[in-house]
Design a protein around this ligand. Structure first.
Ligand code: UDX
Length: 457
């Protein structure tokens, strides 16, 4: 335990127990920091109270149990209790996209209103911290709302900080415990002091703290995600060319790039595109934000377009190839999609490339699609309903199929031997959208192997 018990303990409130709020609440409480969590969703609250995690996240449930057992983690029914009993209140509510892609900050402003309503009736300084991803100008809006609702004064009765999260799904606990950086936007150093103190309590030795103003903190988050998304689209564009050049292999090119210290050794794995709850949404919000200032985000729009194309590529290849298979109605041919989650280690299917591919195949008439995922099938079912057949082992999905698409690089798929494709499939055509197999081995066994960024001989 890194918690320095000689320091006075702070009490933390968390509004919004989604992926970010829950991960953070559990991590803090597991090191004996008092955390009260609140969410409007009763189902989540019920599970939270029982120590049951409602997201698939490594070590989360175990740490949740520790937090509850030591009395550091509690679910509270009223926002009043979160605000009244906490020194620092984190806003972790969702910031979804509107239909036009711009950000919807309604939940943030509602939380600010609720906090203001409580502040009106209580004494004592509170620090309100936004963890959710928000566009520049939001911190000032929050201040205005709280001042209006509470008749209290920013800087005197309450403070506001912007402290965006950079957690990755599937490794949220590890990322929270050992972050590359902590970005804090505040109107003064004093305003950020309680938050930095909280992090001192949690980490012992502070990670790299970037202390700046509100606008910079809010923009760092967007720039961070937009840059990572652009890296992926960049390598996917190189991959597209590789596929046309015999002998070219995007993975070798990637390693060449990694060797250049100016580029750095990460996030250049080519595939069928990025997905998840952040990159697509944040890119859209950032693009929408440019229009507010009448500026054109050329590069960001291309990042988005390139990502859409990455998911469309296997659809086009399968559609073109399946016609050649023979007289049987090509649209009746079975296609297996292995992997539905947007990446391994999570059951999240939001913006998943697998779902885009399935929809793309269905749009052009392929209806016989079997799918498998080790953990994300229930979430996928909520989106796809009975449009596909769900198989509880990947062998059944592959059985009798004419094409297989590897959409998520789960470990159990990495272990599939070429012989299994030959044995199970009607025709062993494999599109490896995550580059998990050895092309030569596949070819030697007689698998018709297509892979992102691999130029076949
Ligand atoms: C991301 C950011 O990393 C995190 O900082 C932010 O807070 C939330 O968004 P996450 O969405 O959990 O985290 O996933 P991440 O691991 O970043 O991957 C996003 C997507 O990019 C996945 O679909 C993944 O398969 C894809 N990806 C990632 C690639 O295609 N190639 C890569 O090299 C890396």
């Amino acid at each position: 335990m890194l918690n320095n018990l000689s320091r006075p303990k702070m009490s933390v409130g968390i509004i919004g127990l989604g992926y970010v709020g829950l991960s953070m609440a559990v991590c803090l409480a597991s090191r004996d920091i008092r955390v009260r969590g609140y969410d409007i969703d009763n189902e989540k609250m019920k599970k939270f109270k029982c120590g049951e995690s409602y997201i698939v996240e490594e070590s989360l449930e175990e740490l949740m149990g520790i937090g509850i057992k030591i009395g550091a983690l509690t679910a509270v029914e009223f926002i009043y209790d979160v605000v009244n009993f906490s020194d620092i209140i984190f806003i972790c509510v969702g910031t979804p996209s509107r239909k036009d892609g711009t950000i919807n900050l309604d939940y943030i402003f509602k939380a600010a209103q609720d906090i203001g309503g409580v502040l009106k009736n209580i004494d004592g300084y509170k620090l309100i911290v936004t963890k959710s991803t928000v566009t520049p100008g939001t911190a000032e809006e929050i201040i205005k709302i709280i001042e209006k609702e509470s008749s209290k004064k920013h800087g005197v009765d309450f403070g506001v900080c912007s402290n965006p999260e950079f957690l990755r799904e599937g490794s949220a606990v590890a990322d929270f415990s050992d972050p590359d950086k902590i970005v804090i936007g505040a109107s003064s150093e004093e305003e950020a002091a309680p938050l930095i103190e909280l992090y001192k309590n949690f980490y012992g030795k502070l990670p790299n703290i970037i202390l700046t103003n509100y606008a910079n903190a809010e923009l760092i988050k967007y720039a961070n995600n937009a840059f990572l998304a652009t890296k992926i689209s960049f390598i996917n564009e190189i991959a597209l060319l590789c596929e046309k050049i015999p002998g070219a292999d995007v993975n070798v090119i990637r390693d060449g790039l990694y060797a250049d210290a100016r580029i750095g050794p990460s996030f250049l794995n080519a595939g069928i595109g990025y997905g998840g709850s952040c990159f697509g949404k944040d890119l859209k919000a950032l693009i929408g934000f440019y229009s507010k200032y009448n500026r054109a985000p050329y590069l960001l729009r291309s990042t988005e377009a390139a990502n859409d194309r990455s998911a469309a590529t296997p659809v086009a290849i399968i559609a073109g190839d399946i016609k050649k298979l023979g007289p049987r109605d090509s649209k009746k041919r079975k296609i297996a999609v292995l992997g539905l989650a947007f990446k391994p280690g999570t059951d999240d299917v939001r913006d998943s490339s697998a779902l885009k591919i399935i929809n793309g195949l269905r749009d052009i008439g392929f209806k016989n699609i079997s799918v498998h995922d080790p953990v994300a099938m229930e979430n996928a079912r909520k989106v796809l309903g009975n449009l596909v057949k769900y198989e509880y082992c990947y062998e059944d999905a592959l059985w009798g199929a004419d094409w297989a698409v590897i959409a998520t690089d789960w470990n159990e798929y990495i272990k599939i031997e070429p012989a299994a494709f030959i044995k199970l499939m009607n025709t062993p055509n494999v599109f490896d959208g995550r580059r998990i197999y050895n092309p030569k081995k596949m070819k030697d066994y007689g698998v018709n192997y297509h892979a992102t960024g691999y130029g076949r001989y």
